[in-house]
Write a protein of this length. Structure first.
Lengths: 214, 185
């Protein structure tokens, strides 16, 4: 696993051209972990979902109408942008500490997307701790982690096309990705969770599904 | 000629809306967009102009468009509430359908649909069987899509069967060129 990780980080360009969606120019990439994440949610009735990304109407409809989720939209990318622009990044860990109103163990699933890549170590550690706290035992967290250094300061909206495909829609950001995390760093970050599944996509994105031990 | 934004018809101050009931409500999403229908729509839709500030409880039995400021509670249980581009609401909202083009701070409950349009903004929790959020809209809060009709259903009504989620339906493997490699855990 370590060897594969190291090999993957040498890539600087995606070696696979994404398909273009027929309805828009957003590239569509396959996802393996999303289906497993969904199956974690469907095992419970009226699951509670926290989405850390910007609001995406079709995702809200997907989770709300098809899965019957109660969805909390917590756009932490917007929070991060605000702190970057205000020059208060050092206050971000403390901000994350108070950010989530959810009770401990009350959330069935968390869509973390690739947020961790954009955070400094201290903020990422605090956020991971908070996410672990609010997740219920056997709950699931889906995270994406880049394996190549990005050149632009842009975030990505992940739009669910179906359970095995995600549209990637980029938009302007106040900062780019920070240091690339190795698998062991990620595992250490989410020390309270266990890695259930990990996939390395050919577009240089790692998908990791965490579960909270029951 | 029409000056729809300057008047409050027939609302006044914080008093409940009590206009004549229209025979058939016009589609609120098209309010003001077609001049040839203004005569008809003026009878059908109450409009709170952008210079109007209301604090208190707003009840009504017809469709309502708000371009002004409202603080308190808005109840249009069987009708459509449209928050216009200039509308600013700090209120708990209960309606059949809510269309947001302006700003809403507060919880929104709709028995049919909540529609946040481009540049619309909602800070609060939404309870509605259908929710549409446009690209460019702002939303912060939670969304609880109860089963259709659940918002208006009596507590004794039987719970609707949970539809089979797409995630449980078998889907053929595709897109081999971008197929992920499992690297284990």
């Amino acid at each position: 696993m370590g060897l594969l990780d190291r090999l993957a980080t040498r890539k600087t360009e995606p070696d696979v051209q994404p398909r273009l969606s027929p309805s828009a120019d957003d590239p569509v990439f396959a996802t393996k972990a999303l289906r497993k994440f969904l199956s974690c949610l469907t095992s419970r009735e009226s699951p509670v979902l926290v989405d850390l990304g910007p609001v995406v109407g079709s995702n809200v409809s997907f989770f709300g109408e098809q899965l019957g989720c109660k969805i909390f939209v917590e756009d932490l990318f917007a929070d991060l942008d605000r702190h970057v622009r205000a020059g208060t990044l050092e206050a971000l860990p403390a901000f994350f500490k108070k950010r989530f109103p959810q009770e401990a163990g009350s959330v069935d699933g968390i869509l973390c997307w690739d947020l961790i890549d954009y955070l400094d170590r201290a903020a990422a550690q605090e956020l991971a701790g908070e996410l672990t706290r609010v997740l219920r035992p056997d709950g699931a967290l889906l995270g994406f982690f880049g394996t190549a250094q990005a050149r632009e300061a842009r975030y990505t909206k992940f739009i669910i096309a179906d359970e095995v495909n995600l549209k990637h829609r980029s938009y302007e950001a106040a900062r780019g990705r920070q240091a690339i995390l190795l698998n062991r760093d990620i595992i250490k970050l989410f020390a309270g969770l266990r890695v259930s599944d990990s996939f390395l996509l050919q577009n240089n994105l790692r998908e990791i599904l965490f579960r909270k031990p029951a | 000629m029409w000056k729809r934004d300057e008047a409050v018809r027939p609302v006044s101050g914080g008093q409940p809306v009590a206009a004549a009931q229209p025979p058939a409500p016009a589609p609120a999403g098209n309010a003001g967009s077609r001049p040839e229908t203004h005569h008809l729509m003026e009878k059908d839709i109450v409009n709170i102009g952008k210079s109007v500030v209301i604090k208190g409880e707003l009840n009504g039995s017809e469709d309502l468009t708000i371009e002004g400021h409202v603080e308190g509670t808005i109840q249009l249980r069987d009708h459509v509430l449209t928050i216009g581009p200039n509308g600013k609401i700090k209120a708990q909202v209960f309606a059949k359908a809510v269309i947001v083009l302006g700003e809403v701070t507060g919880n929104v409950t709709a028995s049919d649909k909540v529609d946040i349009r481009d540049n619309g903004s909602v800070d609060g929790d939404i309870i509605s069987p259908r929710v549409a959020i446009a690209e460019g809209a702002h939303f912060r809060g939670s969304v609880d899509m109860q089963r259709k009709g659940a918002a208006a259903a009596s507590p004794s009504a039987p719970k609707a069967a949970t539809p089979q989620p797409a995630a449980q339906q078998p889907a053929p493997q595709k897109q081999e060129q971008n197929a992920p490699q499992r690297v284990g855990a």
